[in-house]
Design a protein around this ligand. Structure first.
Ligand code: SF4
Ligand code: SF4
Ligand code: SF4
Length: 722
């Protein structure tokens, strides 16, 4: 046989494997299976029970096609062999064991050979775990004898809820089902714009386990809501009278806010959108004193909870969102009552980037205008078929755009210029029409203080009134002002991208934008590697880490992008790590946005490319800061006018050896296995660099702003007159 070197869309398959049981309800998995073909299913149900859990259509297809049917509980095997939730080796072993492509023994030997080749660098323990998974897979693989008739009453549900908008039913749903090729070109919007908020209609049901809230233990701190990478766990404070229509299992507790004394609080999980990453459980600070293994959030199997929690989530959505003007966004618990306008993205389970993006939408809501660099944040931000950016109850949401990898800063800068131009145009027209609109309203619109949520809300009301008055005028200038009136409400323009964009490929443009005095914000999601393209080294990659193009460990240190930006003097700079100090992250976001000039935030993000279980991502963020590897600081030029040092060092001196942080991650430990001597040398060098850099930060933070020369001259003058 000759090797196949091309990719084909397979329409007739002798072998079909389904690695997620839930896919049976979402896709026509068995359509391509030929008569007499083999079907392998990863099933949470044992072989003697699985038949009763199959949808009727699947049973009928298996019987019609006279298929051979095999099952394995891949996740159980993975758990028992220490593979976590990784089932690829297990399912691959089953494929070779039953497909007959190679003699069984030969196939198993080749799989083990491939495992050693792929994971050898990651250590013997990982190789052995994979070997154990291969052996256990064979022990847990069972053939199921097909009954003569289909007996199931389970029907395949529609891809999206019948309540979904027409576009979602007609365009998004077929793409979700994998039938996008069948859509005519005319089904798509001709200008490329796609409706937002469509991710909410795709119920992926991928979590095996989901968090369950213990309302008695919870202190309502909001930390779990803040860190959830998928905006799946939400909180609201509301009037208890609303509970009269609540489903029987809907949970609530008296609100622990002194401002909301008579209200109740609910923490609700959208279990069908949860990825089961357990990040929320890990950050929950509350343990049950009677049973310290339990927290205020605990993971439990999803399937038994699916129906009741679906109803609870629906009810939760019907509760009004909290009034933004009543909350103090600088407080973590208040900020997490704000509706996220970025939800259910397809980012990896436990992703370290998305909590920052979600926070941005909570803090600045529909006023956000984003120019996104290509990379992970553009893929999960606007990938077909669904869009996670969404709208509030008024139908307003962030405007999100993606241009190229390299030009996000310039692209967002262009958006800023356009916003400024429109705003100025609106202000000019306002002045022209002042006599017709009313001097008082025009004056209030032109001089509005929009530095707080309450101020912004008042301006929105004024704009509403303005629009009413303009509609009553038969005047072409009034019609032009109607088009741009919304620009009288302050906009918040951001460029978002990863370190590949900001440190490397887009650095020239980023630097140019920082050199201007426009009010633009740049958010760098720093995973210290090109995550989306498979883990290539960037200038943010730390010394000693192994990445593509740094196979022997990166020999040079991480570029200090923050310090470089600071040199301009007028740029607001912040380095944040949510896992070390969440309040600091929020404060930095608010300060950056309030700064009337360019600002840059560099946010530490854990990532699958680092090589550890992302459940512990926020703990590892803490270690990154405590080791001094990612010290936190802010440079706020506005402090200069107050006579203060603009540089603030926000993390404590390193108390954790760099090794204790780095060697939790495979990207560092890899090197210790194939070149231990070099690994040791790089580790020592990294530790030395950390000490030196922290001293530099301490030195800058301790600097006095007073001009020594001026001080001495003043002293001489004083002495002269004495
Ligand atoms: S398990 Fe993960 S996705 Fe699910 S609610 Fe918790 S943090 Fe969010
Ligand atoms: S982190 Fe724990 S204590 Fe805090 S709100 Fe969530 S469940 Fe409650
Ligand atoms: S590769 Fe990393 S940054 Fe990208 S979605 Fe996955 S975890 Fe997030």
């Amino acid at each position: 046989p000759k090797p196949i070197r091309s990719a084909y869309l397979i329409s007739k398959a002798n072998f079909v494997a389904c690695h997620q049981f839930v896919f049976l309800q979402r896709f026509d998995v068995l359509k391509p299976l030929v008569e007499g073909g083999t079907f392998l299913l990863n099933s949470p149900y044992p072989p003697e029970e699985v038949w009763d859990h199959l949808p009727r259509r699947v049973q009928e297809q298996l019987i019609e096609k006279k298929a051979r049917f095999f099952v394995i509980d891949g996740y159980k095997v993975a758990k028992e062999t220490g593979m976590g939730q990784r089932i690829n080796t297990i399912m691959q072993t089953c494929f070779f064991a039953i497909s007959g492509i190679l003699p069984r023994e030969e196939a198993i030997a080749k799989i083990k050979e491939a495992i050693r080749k792929t994971y050898g660098k990651r250590g013997e323990a990982i190789v052995q775990k994979n070997f154990a998974a291969v052996d256990a897979a064979l022990d847990h693989l069972h053939e199921v004898k097909l009954p003569e008739r289909a007996t199931s009453t389970i029907e395949i549900p529609p891809t999206v809820s019948p309540k979904a908008p027409e576009f979602v039913q007609k365009v998004v749903a077929p793409i979700i089902r994998g039938e996008g090729d069948s859509l005519p070109v005319s089904a798509f919007p001709p200008d490329g714009t796609f409706p937002t908020g469509t991710a909410a209609w795709e119920k992926r049901n991928i979590a095996l386990e989901v968090p369950v809230w213990d309302e008695q233990l919870c202190i309502q701190c909001g930390k779990c809501v803040l860190v959830c990478p998928h905006a799946v766990i939400r909180s609201k404070v509301y009037d208890p009278a609303l509970l009269k229509d609540a489903p029987p299992t809907f949970k609530h507790a008296p609100a622990k806010w002194k401002e909301f004394k008579d209200k109740v609080y609910t923490l609700q999980v959208a279990v069908e959108d949860c990825t089961g990453c357990a990040v929320c459980v890990e950050v929950c600070p509350v343990k049950d004193k009677k049973d310290p293994s339990r927290k205020a959030l605990n993971m439990a199997p999803q399937i038994p909870l699916r129906e009741t929690e679906r109803a609870n989530w629906e009810f939760f959505l019907s509760i009004p969102d909290n009034d933004r003007t009543q909350l103090n966004p600088a407080l973590v618990k208040d900020s997490q009552l704000l509706q996220p306008l970025f939800e259910f993205s397809g980012a990896c389970a436990g992703c370290g980037e998305t909590p920052y993006v979600k926070l941005l939408t909570q803090l600045f809501g529909d006023r956000l205008i984003i120019g996104n660099a290509t990379g992970c944040s553009s893929i999960y931000g606007g990938n077909l078929p669904t869009t996670p950016y969404t709208v509030d109850r008024e139908g307003r949401g962030p405007a999100w755009n993606n241009s190229l990898f390299e030009d996000a800063a310039e692209f967002a800068f262009g958006l800023r210029l356009a916003v400024d131009q429109h705003t100025q145009f609106a202000r000019d027209l306002l002045k022209k029409l002042a006599g017709k609109i009313g001097e008082a309203l025009v004056d209030a619109l032109l001089n509005a203080d929009q530095s707080t949520e309450a101020g912004i809300q008042q301006q929105r009301e004024r704009v509403k009134l303005l629009k009413q008055r303009l509609q009553e005028l038969d005047d072409p200038v009034a019609r032009r002002l109607l088009d741009v009136a919304d620009y009288l409400v302050k906009k918040s323009v951001w460029a978002i991208g990863g370190d590949g964009w900001a440190y490397d490929i887009g650095y020239g443009g980023l630097d140019h934008v920082l050199s201007t005095n426009r009010n633009i914000n740049l958010l760098v999601l720093d995973t210290e590697v090109y995550s989306n393209t498979g883990g290539q080294m960037s200038k943010a990659t730390p010394l000693g880490a192994v990445a593509k193009f740094a196979a022997a460990g990166k020999p040079t240190g991480k570029k200090d992008l923050g310090m470089m930006a600071m040199q301009y003097g007028h740029v607001y700079v912040g380095r944040v790590a949510m896992g070390y100090n969440d309040a600091h992250t929020i404060k930095t976001f608010l300060e950056a946005e309030a700064h009337e000039g360019p600002s840059i935030i560099i946010a530490y993000c854990h990532c699958i490319a680092h090589g550890y279980d992302l459940r512990y991502g926020f703990e590892q963020q803490k270690a990154a800061v405590e080791s001094g590897h990612f010290a936190l600081y802010r440079y706020n030029p506005n402090l200069i006018q107050l006579g203060k040092n603009p540089f603030q060092l926000d993390s404590k001196p390193p108390k954790l050896p760099f090794e204790k942080y780095a060697y939790n991650e495979t990207r560092f430990t890899m090197l210790t296995r194939f070149d231990p001597e070099r690994a040791k040398k790089l580790l020592e060098q990294a530790q030395h660099n950390i000490r030196m850099r922290f001293r530099l930060y301490q030195h800058i933070a301790a600097m006095s702003l007073e001009d020594q020369e001026q001080k001495e001259e003043a002293k001489v003058e004083e002495e002269k007159h004495a």
